[in-house]
Ligand binder design. Sequence first.
Ligand SMILES: C[S@@+](CC[C@H](N)C(=O)[O-])C[C@H]1O[C@@H](n2cnc3c(N)ncnc32)[C@H](O)[C@@H]1O
Length: 275
Amino acid sequence: MTAAKAVSEREYKACCTSFYENEAVAGLLGEDFHPGGAELTLHMGDRLGLKTDSEVLDIACGKGASAIRLIEAFGCRVTGIDLSAMNLEKARTAAEQAGCADRADFIVGDAESMPVSDRHFDAVISECSVCTFLDADTAAAEMARVLRPGGQLAVSDVVVDGEIPPDLRDMMLRFACVAGARPVGGYRDLFTGAGFMDVEYEDHTYTLEGLLARFRRMFLAWRGIEGLLKIDPAAAIGVTMEQVEAGLERAKAELAAGRFKYGVFFGALESERTE
Ligand SMILES: C[S@@+](CC[C@H](N)C(=O)[O-])C[C@H]1O[C@@H](n2cnc3c(N)ncnc32)[C@H](O)[C@@H]1O
């Protein structure tokens, strides 16, 4: 890797991390940084068949809301990894407040080289995050490395239909670092290439309508703040109110045209792997 690429990789990851640490973004997205909220997380836990003795890894866990829900619903142990030390501190506080800190660990780490041992986990989840990873192939190989034989995967993510025009990719990067979203077949190839079998896609595109409606309500509140207090909430994430409005209109049109989907990919490793 060249020095220039290393710097830009570092800059990209720092930019993505600070985006998800931003208070304005937290206000927009709420507790969860993924479409479908608690309902979809619990559905993934059900499909994974989590039990009290399950060891689960939540890759790019954000503020830990999903980890806590899984512990509360299934009694499992969850380790959350994220690049953001600030959001992991919030996750630890939230786990303590929920009374489940003894079943939760939150560690700073990069999905592309995770500080956890081989073959340790029964299940890996990752919500709305693979599309933010710079090197998704390496992250998928890491998922396979840390799972025990027969371990299971549930990844929810933004799915695109067909080629994405460069200006739309640019918007996806600027507004949510989700420019790495790929078609269903692209995710299938990604996980199959890492050694997962029977990779299945389950569609939950309806969750994007709810997220967009939430963004529109928050944007109206931002307009109110701007008018009353003469504060520009969009500036906090480095964009203008006009760009946010244009982004929302574009997202609505692209959703109506079927350009975006959202869903969960399930897969499993072979029960006994040969090295
Ligand atoms: C859309 S948010 C999803 C957060 C969480 N999974 C949720 O559903 O609330 C994307 C997350 O990916 C994290 N992230 C991005 N690149 C990462 C990487 N290479 N390694 C670990 N975390 C990463 C960000 O810090 C952010 O918390």
